[in-house]
Every structure is written in C-alpha cells, then in structure tokens.
Design a binder for this molecule. Structure first.
Ligand SMILES: Cc1cc2nc3c(=O)[nH]c(=O)nc-3n(C[C@H](O)[C@H](O)[C@H](O)COP(=O)(O)OP(=O)(O)OC[C@H]3O[C@@H](n4cnc5c(N)ncnc54)[C@H](O)[C@@H]3O)c2cc1C
Length: 448
C-alpha cells in the first residue's frame, strides 16, 4: 500500500469510527473525488454535507481534523484533507436587506446564484471573478478577485461572516463591530472555522458593455499602463507572451440604458475585434459572456464565462502572482524573458489590476496590484519546473501568489510578503487552538 492509499484508508476508518453525528449529516463517499480541474484527488473519501447549523456543529465536534470545501475550484491542496471535508451545499438562503444595502447568503450559494436574484431587485455586487460558478465562501476565503483599477477584490465587499469554530460554537464577526480583527478574518483560508452565512455589500444595479481588441503592443504599456486599465470599469489583457503583444484586451465599460459607447477601430494600437472571442484564442467563444459592445447586466458581462457553460478550458492548471501596480511594466517585461519556456505549456496569461485593501491575507493588502495569471495545459511536471523561474524573475517585486492556485513557495516567503501573518495566526489560535482546520498545504505555507 503506498502512502497516499494508506492515508486515504486510515482517514476513512478513523473518521467512520468517530461518527455519532453520522445519521444526521449526510456523508458522501465517491471515488475518485477530485477538484474541478481534476489535477488533484482529495486524500479523503469522507465528505459531509450537513443541512443545518446544528448538524454542522456535530460534524465539527466529531472530527479532530476537517476542512471546509466550496465548489472545488482551487488548483492546490488548500481545501484538501486526509481526514474529512465538509461542504455546505444545502445552505442556499439568499436574504436581501434593501435598507442596509446588504445581501446575506448561505455558504452553499455561488455568485451565479445570488447575482440574478439581487439584480431583479435593482442591486449589484461591485465585481465578479472570471467565472460565476464559485461559492461565495470559497472565493472570499482566498481573496478571489476580478479586475478594475478602482475595484478591490471580492472579499472587500464582505460586511459580516458567521462561522462554526473548532469547538462547535457559532461565531459572528462584522466590519461594523470588530474593526481590524474583521480585516484579519475575511480572507481566512478556511482556518477560523466553517462559514455558514456571509453578508455582502450591494449597490445599485448597473449595465456593462464588453469590447475586445486584439494585438495590442506591450510597448504601449510602458507609458499608458494606467490609462489602458482605466479605460473601462474592468479591463483584462490576455497574452501568449510571444511577439511582444497582448493577444486580446477585454474592455468592460459601464453603459447607461440606451447609451451607445464609441468603439474606435484602434485602441492603443490594438485592433477592434469583429466577432466574439475566447480568452484562449483557439477555443470557441460559445462559453463566453457576450462581447461586441452589446450592453447587458453586470453579472452577464463582468465574468468572462457564462453561468450555464463550463468555464475556461477545464483541462488546465492555474498560477497567479500579485506585484505592485507601480512596477507593472517592469514585472511584465521580466516574465516575458521566459516566453520560450512558458508558451509551449500555456493556454493563456491574463493580466488584471486590483485596488489595495486592508484585509490581512489579501493578495492586494495595502498595495494597488497587478495580477499576472497563467492558465497552463495540464502538464504539471513541466509547469512545476517553470514556476521557480518565474518566481525568480518576479523576486524583486515581492510577489504574493494566489492562495488557491499553484506556486512553489514555502513558509519563509509568506512571512516576507504578508506583514500581518503573525497576527492572523494569533487570530486562528483564538478560534482553532488545536489546528483542527489545518492541512498539509497550510502547514507548509504558514506553519513551516
Ligand atoms: C476556471 C477557474 C477560473 C477562476 N477564476 C478566478 C478569478 O477570476 N479570480 C480569482 O481570484 N480566482 C479565480 N479562480 C480561483 C477560485 O476563485 C478559487 O479557487 C476559489 O477559492 C474557489 O472557490 P471554491 O468555492 O471553489 O472553493 P474551494 O476550492 O472548494 O475552497 C477554497 C478555500 O475556501 C475554503 N472554504 C470553502 N468553503 C468554506 C466555508 N464554508 N467556510 C470556510 N472556508 C471555506 C476552503 O477550505 C479552501 O481553503 C478560478 C478558478 C477556476 C477553476
């Protein structure tokens, strides 16, 4: 029996033996159980899906080690466990408070579930990630972001969280009453407990029109980086790193009802696209949100992918590094020197900007940021060798890797780039003194 098989088997026996709550919380055993991309098989077959807070509290009390699981979109072992996982797929409530301008969602709600509900009542969230299929707690626990020079990440719109801690106690923390402690608790990597409800700020609904340009020369970024990224509410640049140019630029602009936005034939020497495109140029754009300057609701334009289709390519890996926006152009050119290593294994790179926030573990903590993202072919042996090369090129910019994507950093790097990491660990100690919610990746990144 190899180590992986042993861990799987021993985890299953240990947990089943400790299961007084087994009859109430639904336990699922499926093999193989993988993340969304299929690059990771979870090291436990024990998945619990409680229907009530009381059932969740019992599951947590019954297990010495357990990890919360969202919609499984992380590419690394962040949500993995050798013992048990708990997914709140049955927690589907959505409660809009129009007076407070907030919506409170159960932890099983995805952005694509809540968006049309609040839009129908005249409200919107400030931004969305590239896909609407991810759960709200999974996204906010990892600092998930969209783009926009004035847009902070999705975690920044969290007004309150409710969670069950390691003792099984129900806790609530809010921006209004908990001050800086709340800044530590939102991007929590699932380490404070299992979030049951999340309250998000809402704002008046808005419309967006998406226009795509192709072949924008990188040279334009040297003096116009901020102008280009300020030209829309949310702007994304895609590249394959070859020929010193962006393959595509997606400009998502606010548009008033009845208004027709100008679409000049050239945008910083990029050419106006004449049909819908996929960020991976070889793929059919049928999965993508509408482009060609056609206005639509915020939630059908801010993500790149439609809710009812598979996002992106599926057979992929992802990596992302955050660097100060002030050094964006130098960082891009530094990565470009590795283009002949990168391109053969790449599906696409996306460049986005994220406004600074005060959330302790946010990749944009107190730093307006450029995020340099790689969607790789599922070729981990090769990609694993390229990541240290990219990390070396980006070292002068102290990159923060996306918590849910693949990197090869260990503890010392995280201590260097997150000034509030020690405070975060003290906060974790308060709600999980014995490390019930830790796993192998967390130990490597935060406790080694
Ligand atoms: C195709 C694709 C596109 C993506 N696009 C973007 C993008 O545009 N921007 C971006 O920033 N990221 C992006 N991501 C990454 C994605 O946003 C993160 O992986 C996010 O964490 C996924 O949420 P999830 O619900 O799948 O969480 P999971 O992967 O299931 O879990 C992630 C983390 O959240 C924790 N967690 C989940 N539920 C709870 C809970 N109830 N309580 C406490 N902790 C919990 C888990 O323990 C784990 O630590 C993308 C991923 C994919 C596959």
């Amino acid at each position: 029996m190899d180590k992986r098989q042993f861990l799987k088997t021993s985890g299953a026996f240990a947990t089943t033996a400790l299961l007084p709550g087994f009859s109430i919380a639904e336990q699922k055993k499926m093999t193989p159980r993988t993340n969304w991309s299929g690059n990771l098989t979870y090291h436990t077959d024990n998945l619990f899906e409680p229907s009530t807070v009381a059932e969740l509290q019992q599951v947590i009390k019954d297990h010495p080690s357990i990890r919360p699981l969202g919609t499984r979109h992380s590419f690394n072992g962040l949500a993995d466990s050798t013992h048990a996982q708990v997914a709140l797929t049955h927690f589907k409530d959505i409660k809009l408070d129009e007076a407070a301008k907030t919506v409170t969602v159960g932890a099983g709600v995805r952005y694509g579930d809540v968006a049309p509900v609040i839009d129908a009542k005249g409200f919107a969230l400030h931004n969305l990630a590239s896909l609407p299929h991810i759960s709200v707690p999974g996204a906010i626990a990892t600092g998930t972001h969209g783009s926009g020079i004035h847009n902070k990440n999705l975690s920044s719109s969290v007004a309150a969280i409710e969670f069950v801690d390691a003792n099984g106690s129900l806790q609530t923390l809010s921006r209004a009453k908990d001050g800086d402690k709340f800044n530590g608790a939102v991007v929590n990597l699932g380490l404070l407990g299992v979030m049951t409800n999340i309250t998000l700020d809402v704002e008046p609904t808005f419309q967006v029109a998406q226009t795509v340009y192709t072949d924008l020369p990188f040279a334009e970024l040297e003096h116009h980086f901020d102008d280009i990224f300020s030209a829309g509410y949310s702007v994304s640049i895609f590249t394959d790193w070859q020929h010193g140019r962006a393959t595509e630029l997606w400009l998502k602009r606010l548009v008033k009802p009845g208004e027709k936005l100008d679409t000049p034939a050239l945008f910083y020497n990029g050419k106006l696209a004449t049909k819908d495109l996929h960020p991976i140029p070889a793929l059919d754009p049928v999965n993508c949100t509408p482009q060609m300057n056609v206005p639509g609701p915020w939630y059908e334009r801010l993500p790149h992918f439609r809710m009812n289709f598979t996002p992106s390519s599926g057979e992929e890996l992802q990596t992302e590094y955050f660097v100060p926006r002030a050094h964006a152009y130098e960082a891009i050119r530094a990565v470009e020197t590795l283009k002949d290593h990168i391109t053969p294994h790449l599906l696409t790179t996306e460049l986005r900007v994220i406004a600074a926030d005060d959330l302790w573990l946010s990749m944009a903590y107190q730093q307006d940021s450029l995020a340099i993202h790689f969607t790789w072919k599922r070729q981990w042996p090769e990609v694993q060798k390229i990541l240290p090369l990219i990390q070396q090129k980006l070292a002068p910019f102290n990159p923060r890797p996306h918590w849910a994507k693949l990197s090869t950093y260990e503890g010392a790097h995280f201590r260097q780039v997150y000034p509030k990491l020690a405070d975060f660990k003290s906060l974790v100690q308060q709600y999980d003194p014995n490390g019930k919610f830790r796993n192998e990746l967390i130990t490597t990144e935060l406790y080694s």
